[in-house]
Design a protein around this ligand. Structure first.
Ligand SMILES: [Zn+2]
Length: 85
């Protein structure tokens, strides 16, 4: 827990400012706990945030759907030409 000597109280790590100062009096507080909590996220969540892009098999599926729908469109056009012309 960060400790502010002037306010004589413990501070919630979430309430300490980004500079590591007390939100009440502005004095620097012992930020060792804040740094450990605020700047080092758990590895599993960090890896999720670092890779927002879709996996490769998603794009394979997208290409497949596009090719399929394109072929269906060609089929529709050929069917329309045969029946209406
Ligand atoms: Zn304070």
């Amino acid at each position: 827990m960060p400790w502010c000597e002037r306010c004589d109280r413990f501070l919630n790590p979430n309430t300490v400012t980004a500079e590591g100062t007390c939100p009440s009096c502005g004095r620097p507080v012992d930020a060792s706990e804040v740094r450990a909590v605020g700047t080092v996220p758990p590895p599993e969540t960090a890896s999720d945030d670092d890779e927002p892009r879709a996996p490769w098999h998603f794009w394979v599926m997208v290409v497949g759907v596009v090719l399929y729908l394109g072929w269906r469109l060609v089929e529709l056009v050929m069917w329309a030409v045969r029946n209406w012309l």
